[in-house]
Design a protein around this ligand. Sequence first.
Ligand code: F6P
Length: 525
Amino acid sequence: MSKTKKSVIHEQLSSHHAAMKNIRLRDLFMHDPQRGKTYTQHFGGLYIDLSKNIISNETLPLLNKFAKVSGIEASIKAMFAGEKINNTEDRAVLHTALRSMPEQQLELDNKEIISQVHAELDKVQNFVTRIHSKNHRGWTNKPIDTFVNIGIGGSDLGPKMIVAALEEYRQGETRSFFISNIDYEAIDSVQKKIDPETTLFIIASKSFNTIETLTNAETLKTWMLASGCNDISKHFVAVSNNLEATGSFGIKPENVFTLWDWVGGRFSLWSAIGLPIALAIGYDNFKALLAGAHELDEHFSHAPLEKNIPVTLALIDYWYARFFDAPTHAFIPYDESLKLLPDYLSQLFMESNGKSTDINGHIVDYKTMPITWGSVGTNSQHSFFQLLHQGTHLVPIDFLAPLRKKGDQKHHALLLANCLAQSQALMQGESSTDPNRHIVGNKPSTTILYTELTPTILGSLIAMYEHRTFVQGLLWNINPFDQWGVELGKKLAVDIYDVLEGKKTGDNLDSSTQNLIDLYHNYHH
Ligand code: F6P
């Protein structure tokens, strides 16, 4: 059987890897004094330095060839055009439409969707204006000053990360809270800090079928009623794709913001799921976030493969995962404002690409998404960095840091110095005759510097990660837009809950689960 172009290039990559695995990064830097500059890409306020990756001037051209024969360009076009690339759910993938310009047009199933998006954004703007201008008030006529988002996964992580990142842009004397966990402690700790008369609850759930969100919302509704609230409609709004369920919960249609089925949960912060963002930082700043993402969309949809930043990043991810067997990838923001970024990225990457079935329904015989994790620098230097420097795993890293940051500049310079020192130390290592002190080096990383964390730059940064996720999926030939793996656990939890509550017996349970249930029952007679 004749080999496909793709398998030929894959073999070339494999031979190239055999040569590259013994190359020393510090030698590459020694032989090419311009390497730092040559391998730095610039987009808007972002500088992406790829030079500390184990790549030579042969690697990216070969990877780009691989991208080309993998049909990446056509797949990018298909996504933007609204083709149903989420094949297992027969859905289009159009989070890019959420940050489109109003003059754009796009038809999906014979309906123009850009005008729908902008009508919904207008609704968000009107609502935010009514809250900020104190026209929308609580049941005792006090202005609303506290926003509590009740949601989980994509209906929590994105908005929570952005609100924390852009705290500096907060409008007025307001506060934001996010309740996601079913653990009552999550509700209790927020309830102690909020005033029911001045609080708005946003129930964020695309499906309106998620047990954590619905249970938490019911508990908080009961609390509001018990606190004397005689008009729930002033205190609860919803963001969902399920109008029937929001109606049954008691939310009036005018208080429901729409989310469409062509927006995946983990890609939804740009929709009305971003309402907590717009309430916290104001509608104009929310629009600036969308504009930053749109700029990156333009780059991603038009730049040639070899200059396309999300494509290049995904190709390098593929390089490490497929050829170097890198089991994990770490994200280390040297920016306290981005402390929630690693959590957000964990869902984005792992829920999208943690799959072992390819787009044609065949089980893959290669490794797909590495485990993604991380934490804020400099704190992580004093916890897990020992493993990164001297452990036995190869862990590619994304370092992120702002070039400018408000506040004491000595702190900022020290923050940046530490970020740069870590990637340098990981790359060059240090020789010692004492094996305990010997640091091999050659640990790859990408450094992403941004001029400062504005809404626009943050929008571009997050869109860059979204598109990197998509291209990774294309390279692994999997669908990044479904998440069937999470369903089984949800279903079993409902059954086990009934057994814990004594509503049914746990027939056919494995002895571990049965024993753990018995232990619970021993403490709950
Ligand atoms: O548990 C998986 C998941 O379906 C995520 O994909 C999603 O972001 C989250 O649950 C919340 O879903 P929903 O917005 O429908 O409540």
